[in-house]
Design a protein around this ligand. Structure first.
Ligand code: SER
Length: 871
């Protein structure tokens, strides 16, 4: 069965069981500070499990793009070495939100596997939770009894908390689970070892394919469990593993999910898969990683130096380095696989097809730049090896290479080994630990449980219509971080505070209590659909009504920049073309930043045109048309721009200013005239094919022009108020160029005279023409002069000292090559030894070397000592 069909059959099956089929949510998560990537099929539905929102349908099914490379679930380092772990994988899932429970989940899973897919039940095992003393949980007899009706009892195995209790994080909904495992070993193998003993033992052919989680508890901050008011089902089946079973192969990489990529890698690199284990690992790493990276980019996450972007960069770099080391690829090539991927997956995931040229460009650029880093690293490693005494390279040097140049330890080891060196691994590990401890302690935080103040209140956002409203506290929790100390997170029954989202920063403001106390709201964020207000203190009386007031200047300036962002987006699509797509956005009260796809620099004239386009719309004073809660499809049919990265169930709000129409949750001005004026401050590249514009609007433009005017008038004054400032600056520049030329000529003449002088000072000692002296010339001048003298005089030994400042001294030594080679003189040694008199050091080659130091007072001693080298 082809993988496309496997996917279709799964969804059709659950559709027939009254599930709503939804598209995969993006792999990169927004608005969830506890999770960077979707790491399981249930992650996009967390808010439903937590009870923060109610889904439109209580039965949902989908195939979800997942990434397990950070946090609680991290498989990265295993990928490539085995045949069944991945960074990105598809999870087929079905969910019940307070609807059906164990009975249906179990019997449908069984029906699908054995009847629809026709898997022989004799290759299946199931596990049930055995209970846990510490948590006070009992064996899941309900699941056991249900399984008994489908499968022989000796195929139902008991499992402990590690394998059979699923938790999405340190806190939150969780519950016992039943896993379904397959044993696809040959009959021979099966006769030798009973499959039962291999379940959950990391055997590549006895693997888990489906996990049925019965969500019935909530894990609290103190570690205890409480029953959830409504019970849910969360199942997740590994799509690639299921394909392995149904296609009767022994490895996920032998399914048609991976073979097209592997064939393409073989063609590009001219190696064959299946001949050499090291090569095979590299091929698997690349085939796996390119999927993760390509989908992340298509979902809007570019590789970068921090956060989710850094994780993506590290995945790609892992692939590049396996290609570099084991497939001998020193040129970018992984980007070429994007096309195969888009052919193969584009039907199920249209985003990968739509973004394929961006994916291609970004990966290519990343590859080129990391290959340059690898080259640099190689040179550095050569230097380290040169200066290493003995045959063991210091672990801290290897760590420096890793940390500063991204040079991984295994690569350093490999190269070192080729040259007969090894690495002090203990030292490396201890440096690594030190660094981890540093970053852990910097980001350590402690999150308390929610304390409920008012039951049954669902929070309502009223901030589109008002900035001031009476509110009641419904719950709060305390969070302690190293950076901010103790803070409280407050949730109200309703709120005018806009939570950070859609690029726009969260509102600030205050709460006023009945006796006039003020609690400052420092920031507002959304977490799993709950609007959380950050405050340093709790109100004294938790159950009274407070006045919640948003800082209106902060909000209005953010709104101005947000509407300006929409107009800018419209201008870019009108002037540069409709290939322009938003790739990132920041809207703050002070400025706006907009990242978009475009293949070349935006020229100055185009920028002027864009600015003018926006300002023309501001002058038109177009009123806002806002529509809330309309169906997504309707908005798109009417021409609204939607971004990839929206997920099922997001409430849709359309914001329209004339021809500009976008799906947006942010806050906006009532009419474009409120923006006053729009000014672009910079344009540049963020990544290959991605440009960034930074701009300002409203009062910031006034401040900007004021600063420019002030600077300009200062310049004018310095120039003595000329009529034409530009002309005056240009004539100053001309004058400067001509003076520079004169100086250069004078310096040349000086050097010529100096050369004559120095030549006449040469002393012949033991057949060597020697001179040690202090001179006043720049380093380049000294070098030129020495080499010129060397061309004219044989057997030369020169030591020149300079003191460019009171704290700086420099020594330069030149020895004719013949002299150095035949008589064993060594300029490097000379400057190294004499360097100590000027409190410094240096080195170089045997015929030319320099040293720098901070004690010019030592120069006379140096000149005195230099002669000793001749005897
Ligand atoms: N959440 C469970 C898992 O990830 C089932 O979907 O295994």
């Amino acid at each position: 069965m082809k993988s496309q069909e496997v996917r279709k059959k799964f969804l059709a099956f659950f559709e027939s069981k009254q599930h709503t089929i939804v598209p995969s949510a993006p792999m990169v998560l927004k608005n969830d500070p506890t999770l960077m990537f979707t790491n399981s099929g249930m992650a996009p539905f967390k808010e439903y499990f937590l009870g923060n929102a109610t889904p439109k349908n209580s039965r949902i099914s989908d195939t979800q793009k997942c990434l397990r490379v950070s946090g609680k679930h991290n498989d990265l380092e295993e990928v490539g070495y085995d045949t069944y772990h991945h960074t990105m994988f598809e999870m087929l899932g079905n969910w019940s939100f307070g609807d059906y429970f164990k009975k249906e989940a179990i019997s449908w899973a069984w029906e699908l596997l054995t009847k629809v897919y026709g898997i022989d039940k004799d290759i299946l095992y199931v596990t049930v939770f055995e209970g846990d003393k510490e948590d006070g949980t009992k064996m899941d007899m309900e699941a056991y009894d249900l399984w008994k009706t489908h499968i022989a009892e000796d195929r139902i195995l008991k499992g402990n908390k590690k394998d059979n209790f699923w938790e999405m994080g340190e806190q939150g909904p969780c519950g016992p689970c039943s896993e379904i495992h397959v044993d696809i070993r040959s009959a021979n193998e099966k006769a030798k070892v009973d499959g039962k003993s291999l379940v959950n033992m990391d055997h590549p052919q006895v693997v888990e394919i489906w996990n049925l989680v019965f969500m019935q508890y909530n894990r609290k901050a103190n570690g205890s469990l409480e029953e959830l008011p409504a019970k849910h089902i969360d199942t997740g089946m590994g799509f690639e593993r299921l394909c392995m079973v149904l296609q009767d192969v022994q490895s996920n990489y032998d399914t048609d999910v991976f073979t097209p990529l592997i064939r393409e890698i073989e063609t590009i690199t001219n190696v064959a898969y299946g001949k050499d284990e090291k090569v095979d690992i590299a091929i698997r790493v690349i085939a796996d990683h390119v999927r993760a990276v390509a989908f992340a980019i298509a979902d809007g996450q570019l590789p970068s130096n921090n956060g989710a972007g850094y994780v993506i960069r590290r995945i790609l770099r892992r692939a590049i380095r396996y290609g570099f080391t084991f497939l001998n690829k020193k040129e970018p090539f992984i980007y070429k696989l994007a096309e195969t991927l888009s052919h193969q997956m584009g039907d199920a995931f249209p985003e990968i097809r739509k973004q394929d040229s961006l994916v291609n460009n970004v990966i290519k650029e990343e590859e080129a730049s990391f290959l340059r880093t690898l080259d640099q690293g190689l040179l550095l490693l050569d230097k380290v090896i040169e200066t290493t005494k003995g045959k063991t390279i210091s672990g801290s040097k290897a760590f420096e290479l890793y940390d500063t140049y991204g040079f991984p330890l295994d690569l350093t080891q490999l190269i070192a080994r080729e040259k007969g060196f090894s690495i002090n691994e203990d030292e490396f590990a201890s440096e690594m630990k030190k660094q981890k401890d540093r970053s852990r302690s910097a980001s350590a935080s402690e999150t308390g449980d929610w304390v409920t103040v008012l039951e049954d209140e669902i929070e309502e956002f009223v901030g589109y219509d008002t900035l001031k409203v009476d509110v009641k506290l419904t719950r709060y929790r305390k969070v302690t971080t190293k950076k901010d100390g103790d803070q409280y997170q407050l949730v109200f029954n309703m709120t005018p505070f806009y939570p950070e989202g859609g690029g726009q920063v969260g509102d600030k403001g205050y709460l006023e209590t009945s006796n006039g106390d003020v609690i400052h709201i420092l920031d507002t964020k959304k977490e799993n659909n709950v609007i959380i207000h950050f405050a340093k203190n709790l109100p004294k009386n938790l159950s009274e009504t407070y006045k919640a007031v948003v800082n209106d200047e902060f909000r209005n300036l953010s709104a101005s920049n947000h509407t300006a962002t929409h107009l800018l987006h419209q201008a870019l699509r009108t002037i540069l073309g409709t290939h322009v797509e938003q790739k990132g956005s920041l809207v703050s009260p002070d400025y706006l930043r907009f990242d978009f796809s475009h293949f070349s620099k935006v020229e100055k004239e185009q920028l002027n045109e864009i600015e003018e386009f926006v300002n023309a719309r501001i002058r038109e004073n177009i009123p806002l048309t806002e529509r809330r809660n309309i169906p997504m499809q309707q908005a798109i049919d009417e021409g609204a721009i939607a971004l990839f990265g929206e997920k099922y169930g997001d409430s849709v709000r359309a914001i329209k200013f004339g021809q500009s129409m976008e799906l947006c949750g942010g806050t906006h001005v009532q009419q474009t005239g409120d923006i006053w004026y729009f000014k672009i401050k910079s344009e540049g590249a963020v990544a290959s094919g991605i440009r960034r514009i930074e701009a300002i609007s409203n009062v910031a433009v006034g401040d900007y022009f004021e600063t420019i005017e002030k600077d300009f008038s200062e310049v004018k004054q310095l120039l003595k108020n000329p009529k034409d400032v530009a002309k005056s600056v240009s004539s100053l520049q001309d004058e400067n160029t001509s003076l520079k030329k004169q100086i250069e000529q004078l310096l040349k003449d000086k050097a010529k005279n100096l050369k004559g002088d120095l030549k006449s000072q040469l002393q012949e000692i033991n057949g060597v023409n020697f001179l040690a002296t202090k001179i006043d010339l720049d380093p380049n001048g000294i070098k030129n002069l020495m080499f010129e003298l060397g061309g004219e005089v044989e057997n030369l030994f020169l030591l020149f000292a300079t003191a460019p400042s009171k704290e700086k001294a420099m020594l330069t030594c030149y020895i004719s090559k013949d002299l150095a080679n035949e008589k064993g003189y060594d300029a490097g040694k000379v400057v190294r030894e004499l360097g100590k008199y000027i409190h410094g050091g240096g080195g170089g080659q045997n015929f030319f070397a320099t040293a720098g130091g901070k004690n010019p007072g030592g120069i006379p001693k140096v000149l005195d000592k230099a002669k000793e080298y001749l005897s």
